[in-house]
Design a binder for this molecule. Structure first.
Ligand code: SF4
Length: 250
């Protein structure tokens, strides 16, 4: 959402928020429809670090998408696998709508300090967004001092629960190594699940910051591998999203 003007009207690309009809839409300025803000929070860049200094944006407002996660690429208009981690502003509840968007006012709660992607986005002309989209992306290392307990915890989590490790385990399921792969996978799910409240308590950090420190929970992201988790007390049951392949549990 922004308000700068351009002289040349253009047809909105299919993959850009605001183009929710098949017909041509020509626009020369932001009309504060809010569609871009309801399609998902922005990815942050190094230029956005200032917003942390005045506390406009806090760690609890963010989540990390880790290397190897599948993300919908708004520029390419299709899913792609992240070659490096990114940090995004959380959605509201279960929706994609940016947590800073006020639908009643159709306004951004941090408008003066809104992230650079929001400042350059013109839904009728995306070249400014495309120019910065993959540059200077913010990562956890830019916000967390090295040699701290939390930095070590993140490194340990990343080493144990990387998406390349998980992908290797998933590929083994269905073959002769299925039971070992499932057992190892369930161990990682349990580790990821219990690490978050443990670290929050040990370091006296809000639990809401854990999706920034450790990325979204594996119990959520494993859907990209066609799997889902059902919890039964302390036990996890791993089930394929497609029916007919069977269930795995611990
Ligand atoms: S930060 Fe503000 S302008 Fe950017 S998507 Fe969220 S509500 Fe919209």
């Amino acid at each position: 959402m922004q308000s700068s003007k351009t002289k040349s009207p253009a047809t909105l690309p299919d993959n850009i928020p605001g183009n929710n009809q098949d017909k041509e839409v020509s626009r020369t300025e932001c009309v504060r429809c809010g569609v871009c803000c309801t399609k998902g929070g922005p990815t942050l860049h190094l230029e956005d670090i200032g917003a942390f200094k005045d506390s406009s944006v806090k760690r609890s407002d963010l989540y990390t998408m880790r290397k190897g996660e599948t993300v919908f690429n708004n520029i390419e208009g299709k899913p792609s696998v992240l070659s490096e981690e990114i940090i995004k502003i959380k959605g509201t509840g279960e929706s994609y709508s940016c947590s800073f968007y006020d639908p009643d006012q159709k306004a951004c709660a941090i408008y003066a300090n809104r992230p650079i992607e929001c400042r350059v986005l013109k839904c009728w002309d995306t070249k400014d967004l495309e120019a910065i989209f993959e540059k200077n992306r913010l990562q956890r290392k830019h916000l967390i001092p090295p040699d701290t307990v939390i930095a070590e915890a993140i490194a340990g989590h990343e080493q144990r629960c990387s998406y390349s490790t998980i992908e290797t385990l998933v590929k083994k399921m269905g073959g002769s190594e299925t039971s070992e792969a499932v057992e190892k996978f369930l161990e990682l799910l349990q580790f990821d699940h219990h690490l978050r409240p443990f670290i929050a308590k040990k370091l006296e950090l809000p639990i809401e910051e854990m999706d920034f420190f450790f990325g979204r929970p594996l119990t959520t992201t494993i859907k990209m591998f066609g799997l889902q988790v059902k919890q039964n007390g302390d036990a996890f049951l791993l089930t394929p999203i497609e029916k007919g392949i069977g269930e795995f549990g611990n």
